[in-house]
Design a protein around this ligand. Structure first.
Ligand code: AMP
Ligand code: MN
Ligand code: MN
Ligand code: MN
Length: 290
């Protein structure tokens, strides 16, 4: 059955495949509507859009913005926004600005616990140097046989309280949502099941997000269980938010989910893509998206 995948990455950020490759892979996996959503960066979109057109797959421009909300890092996906919008471009450039300095700090911390050469090792695995991030460090450490897999690298080295973690101030929630909305897109809280917030804070996040103009929750995500899907479907309905669906694919064999393979939204959801038809780059011949 055709699927809809509105969240995955290319090597413009921390995905391992080129934008055209990941789009062709999504098409081969049966996707009928996709959005490329690189972290803090829209560089892969023109190539992805061309590849989608060649495959006859409907395409939306997308992005995944890193946000600091209190002491939490939250990811906000933007869908159907104009990637050339000046305020959006300026905002994303500001976020990218801090990444290289942060990477030097991460490498210095890792050096102290016996992991040498991490800056160069991570950079060598990063095709867009201003987008260097934790995934590139993790791949370096796994490929050098220092740690057995990515999960373990994050658990032992790259999460809060661990030696290679360097706290960073990303965008403000209200700014990220505003950039997306003013560029004509819809803002989505990415993978809400991954945040360690508890009920009260999750409610507060949703209220602030809505207040800023946010429109949807990512109910179906590669990192969600069936329980998460039902829980966030109910939460979306209660807060009158639309629902989105994305694999969060980064690389073959990495993570649970292939690109283009997403779980259906629960029946009570109102799909975000029904509100983005006017932003589609390719309208399939049948005029429908599934
Ligand atoms: P950064 O933006 O540099 O902080 O890196 C964040 C990225 O690290 C996320 O987008 C994920 O791709 C990856 N990531 C975060 N936590 C984990 C984890 N526990 N296991 C695997 N990858 C993770
Ligand atoms: Mn990532
Ligand atoms: Mn994310
Ligand atoms: Mn993602």
């Amino acid at each position: 059955m055709a699927t809809i995948d509105l969240h995955f990455h290319s090597h413009a950020s921390d995905g391992a495949l080129a934008a055209d490759e990941v789009v062709r892979r999504a098409a081969a996996n049966g996707a009928s509507l996709i959005a490329l959503t690189d972290h803090d960066c829209t560089r892969g979109l023109p190539e992805a859009r061309r590849a989608a057109a060649a495959e006859g797959v409907a395409f939306l421009d997308g992005v995944e913005i890193s946000v600091t909300w209190g002491k939490h890092t939250i990811h906000i996906v933007g869908l159907g926004m104009d990637p050339a919008d000046a305020a959006l471009c300026r905002g994303l450039a500001t976020i990218r600005d801090g990444r290289v300095a942060r990477a030097h700090a991460m490498a210095a911390h890792l050096e102290k616990v016996g992991i040498g050469g991490a800056f160069d090792g991570a950079m060598a695995r990063c095709s867009n140097p201003e987008m260097i991030g934790r995934t590139h460090f993790a791949r370096f450490m796994v490929q050098q046989n220092m740690v057995k897999d990515l999960r373990t690298v994050f658990r032992k080295y790259l999460t809060p309280g661990k030696p290679g973690y360097v706290a960073h101030e990303w965008a403000a929630l209200g700014d990220a949502v505003d950039w997306i909305c003013k560029a004509g897109g819809i803002a989505v809280i990415a993978h809400p099941g991954r945040y360690d917030l508890g009920r009260t804070l999750m409610e507060r996040l949703i209220l602030e997000f809505k207040e800023a103009g946010g429109g949807a929750l990512e109910v179906s995500s590669g990192s969600h269980s069936l329980d998460d899907r039902h829980k966030f479907a109910l939460l979306a309905e209660r807060h009158q938010l639309l629902s989105s669906s994305g694999s969060d694919f980064h690389a073959p064999g990495e993570g649970a989910r292939e690109v283009g393979r997403t779980d259906d939204l629960p029946a009570i959801c109102r799909p975000v893509w029904e509100h983005l038809a006017h932003r589609l780059a390719v309208v399939p011949a049948c005029g429908k998206t599934e």
